[in-house]
Design a protein around this ligand. Structure first.
Ligand code: APR
Length: 181
């Protein structure tokens, strides 16, 4: 499913983020940047050991912030590592922190002249953020950013399964009811 936002495209696909050929892919990391399971584990496995070595030089990343490394063996030239909120620990801050994770990732992409970015569904796995709340927030945050920044030509959400894809499709259809292309 794709929607045009100004001259930019917001796209939803089901797949594996490590296989994406966008200039950057976003990693759902943790604050240590030392790798983990889920998306984090898959990206580190696909990028190879040099990714962890570069992450060690950065040291850490606050929840809601984002940092950039090279992509090494990945098709993507860059990995933008962001840390989403742990839902049951974040209380009222959860929404603001998840929004910030998407926003800061796009700001880092913009600052590095990156024009195409692939996102996973941040925080909706191990970090327990309900898809029904995370998907509309992710779509709204990215759509608002694209309305302001046509320099980012493509944002692709890469959803790992049909449940996540459906949640994002419903959120996108609600935001852009008739624009489906
Ligand atoms: N491609 C795309 N999406 C994926 C992939 C993949 N290869 N693998 C998992 N996912 C999906 C999950 O199904 C989930 O919908 O990414 C979403 C985020 O799940 P997690 O990877 O568990 O990320 P998150 O919930 O943000 O938890 C982060 O988990 O892996 C650790 O080190 C990481 O501590 C951090 C925490």
């Amino acid at each position: 499913m794709k929607v045009k936002i100004g001259s930019s495209t917001l796209e939803l696909v089901q797949g594996d983020i490590t296989q994406q050929d966008t200039e950057a892919i976003v990693n759902a990391a943790n604050r240590t940047l030392l790798g983990g399971g889920g998306v984090d584990g898959a990206i580190h496995r696909a990028a190879g050991p040099d990714l962890l070595a570069e992450c060690r030089t950065i040291g850490s990343c606050d929840t809601g912030d984002a940092v950039i490394t090279k992509g090494y063996r990945l098709k993507a030239r860059y990995v933008i590592h962001t840390v989403g909120p742990i839902y049951h620990r974040s209380g009222l801050r959860a929404e603001r922190l998840l929004k910030s994770a998407y926003q800061r990732s796009l700001e880092v992409a913009l600052a590095n002249g990156i024009r195409s970015v692939a996102f996973p569904s941040i925080s909706t796995g191990a970090y327990g953020y309900p898809l029904s709340k995370a998907a509309p927030l992710a779509i709204r945050t990215v759509a608002n950013f694209l309305e302001e920044h046509p320099e980012i030509e493509l944002v692709r959400f890469v959803l790992f399964g049909p449940k996540a894809l459906r949640a994002f499709e419903e959120a996108l259809e609600r935001l852009y009811p008739s624009e489906k292309v």
